[in-house]
Structures are given as C-alpha cells and as structure tokens.
Design a protein around this ligand. Structure first.
Ligand SMILES: [Cu+2]
Length: 117
C-alpha cells in the first residue's frame, strides 16, 4: 500500500511539473547541452524539440578538447574541458541548426538540428 501511495504522489508531482510550462507562456524553456559526449565531436541535448520563443541553453563541455555551441546566430564563448556557459536565444518555429564552430568540429559530427514548434 505504501508503494501505491508513493507512486501516486510521484505521478501528481510529475503532472504538476508538466503543467507548469503551459501556464506561463513567457517562461523561458531550458535545454541542457552536453558537448563532447557520447563522443568528442557530438552534442547531446536534453530536448529534441522546444516551443518557439525564449530558450536558454546551458552548455557543458564534457570532452577533452575545447568546444562552443552556436544556434540561431548566437554562440557561447569557447569552453575548455569541464567548463559551462549559458546562451539565451529566441527561436522561431521551424528547424534550428546548431553546431560547434571550432575548425573541423562540425564536419566531424558536432552539429544537429533542434525542432522548434
Ligand atoms: Cu567542438
């Protein structure tokens, strides 16, 4: 019985968290970006798609080389291994390509496309 109550509580909490973004349309979406993982020339984003508008990317370099993150004409500073930066951009609906601008990195696979709805 205790397990059921705990599960119900967790579900209620999850529903609440999911409902919150819908309440405030002006609230910025957050996307966590990991550079250099699972491979050096890869990005991992916490979301595959976002709602159009203000989006804050929190970028952490977990690789062994320096990287940056560019999207919608804006980019972070060059991040040394282990460093972190945030990037605030306003995205329009459509496809938003992103990449690392260091020479050869995007060509090596350090790029992708975020869907903006
Ligand atoms: Cu890079």
């Amino acid at each position: 019985m205790r397990r059921m109550i705990t599960t119900a509580g967790a579900l209620a909490t999850a529903s609440l968290v999911l409902a919150l973004p819908a309440l405030g349309a002006t609230q910025a979406t957050g996307v966590t970006v990991t550079a250099g993982k699972p491979a050096e020339f890869r990005f991992t984003l916490s979301k595959r798609s976002v709602v159009k508008g203000a989006v804050t990317f929190t970028v952490t370099n977990k690789g062994k080389l320096s990287h940056d993150f560019k999207i919608a004409g804006k980019k972070t500073v060059t991040l040394k291994p282990g460093k972190k930066a945030t990037l605030k951009v306003t995205l329009k609906a459509g496809k938003a390509p992103y990449l690392c601008t260091l020479p050869g990195h995007a060509a090596g696979g350090m790029k992708g496309t975020l869907t903006v709805k």
